[in-house]
Design a protein around this ligand. Structure first.
Ligand code: PRP
Length: 214
């Protein structure tokens, strides 16, 4: 039997994924050690391999088949636009992609004004403004702390993830429009889905029955 390889997005999602995997009898104790500099972990009896990668790199590993399976946020899947199968909504990591800004920016959105939009997700922002809203905007790519942009006058609004809403609130900003709901998803390489169909289908079934009922 060949190894099935999993790419997990680093951070909060990875820990919840490891917990979920434990519930279906897939253990990878070694991976929970935060001090290790090791990059790849093996479960010999189940013939599984796991590695952690930066979220946006997970769809890349999966599209090229370097990983058979990836666990990553829907935001990253949409932004990266890779060729892969999205097979399961894992339900955790729930949040929303939103257009946010000061209350006053609401008017600019309504009147289709030419505005600047700062975001870590230029493709999602483009798709939303150009294809859904048919509004011409200038997209400014940032890499983090997006909420700063409207405060210091880099942009009128942002497109960003809102979870609890406390970052917005503490910075005098609010949700102006909702783009889409987000959560952790399982993605599969298109060739692996055919070649390892039985193993992957069984894994999806096991994970499904271990998920809390929606
Ligand atoms: C994310 C997001 C918001 C915040 C939302 O940032 O970009 O800033 O979390 O969470 P909240 O609604 O619960 O306040 P993250 O912490 O991932 O860091 P970043 O600013 O570097 O993107």
């Amino acid at each position: 039997m060949r190894y099935l390889t999993f790419a997990l997005g680093k951070g909060r999602l990875a820990y919840q994924t490891l917990e979920l995997f434990e519930r279906v009898g897939i253990n990878c104790e070694e991976m929970k050690n935060k001090d290790t500099r090791k990059l790849i972990f093996t479960n010999e009896e189940l013939k599984l391999r796991f590695f952690l990668a930066k979220g946006p790199d997970v769809p890349t590993y999966v599209e090229y088949g370097a990983a058979d399976i990836g666990i990553v946020g829907k935001d990253t899947i949409l932004e990266e636009g890779r060729k892969l199968y999205e097979v399961l909504d894992l339900g955790y990591g729930k949040c929303r992609m939103c257009v946010c800004g000061p209350e006053s920016a609401g008017e600019l959105l309504k009147h289709n004004q030419q505005i600047r939009v700062a975001t870590k997700y230029p493709n999602i922002a483009k798709d939303y403004f150009y294809n859904k809203k048919h509004q011409t905007v200038e997209i400014i790519k940032l890499n983090g702390s997006i909420e700063l942009a409207p405060i210091v006058g880099l942009s009128e609004v942002i497109v960003d993830i809102v979870e609890t809403g406390s970052t917005l609130k503490e910075n005098g900003l609010q949700v102006l429009e909702e783009v889409c709901p987000l959560s952790a998803r399982m993605v599969v390489n298109q060739v692996s889905m055919r070649m390892e169909n039985e193993r992957i289908t069984r894994l999806i079934q096991d994970l499904k029955s271990a998920l809390p009922k929606a």
